[in-house]
Design a protein around this ligand. Structure first.
Ligand code: AMP
Ligand code: ZN
Length: 120
């Protein structure tokens, strides 16, 4: 990963760089997936690009391949996590939409106990 894509003040950049602990689910050159620290469903995993992209609204056309790769990885992870009964994929875009961590991430939520989706 290029140094320029790392943001020193970003919690998820620090997690992806293993400077902060996380329960890792998956990692490759471009992507990182880990369990949410405050799960809002039986299974609650976050998947991020390692590159610091603040929000979906700040995506550039050159990120399209990365995002396609991320979505395909969600499909593989759901299988690896043993999710057979469906799952939600939630992306809060911007503070007003509930995005508290400004590093693009999808929530993968599965199981029988879902928190109200507006509170994720
Ligand atoms: P959002 O509100 O969409 O920005 O979601 C941020 C999510 O990150 C929340 O569900 C938090 O529980 C989760 N979170 C924050 N800090 C950590 C951390 N250090 N490790 C794992 N999950 C975290
Ligand atoms: Zn970041």
């Amino acid at each position: 990963m290029k140094k320029s894509s790392y943001n020193n003040n970003c919690v998820f950049c620090q997690i992806a760089a293993k400077q902060l602990p996380a329960k890792i689910v998956f990692e490759d050159e471009d992507l990182f997936a880990f369990y949410d620290i405050k799960p809002k469903a039986d299974i609650h995993v976050l998947i991020i690009p390692k590159k610091h992209i603040a929000t979906l609204a700040s995506l550039e056309s050159s990120d399209a391949g990365l995002m396609g790769k991320l979505l395909y990885r969600v499909r593989l992870l759901a299988k690896d996590l043993g999710i057979t009964e469906g799952f939600k994929l939630v992306l809060n875009n911007g503070l007003k939409a509930g995005q508290l961590v400004p590093h693009l991430h999808f929530h993968i939520l599965a199981g029988s106990n879902y928190t109200d989706i507006s509170k994720i």
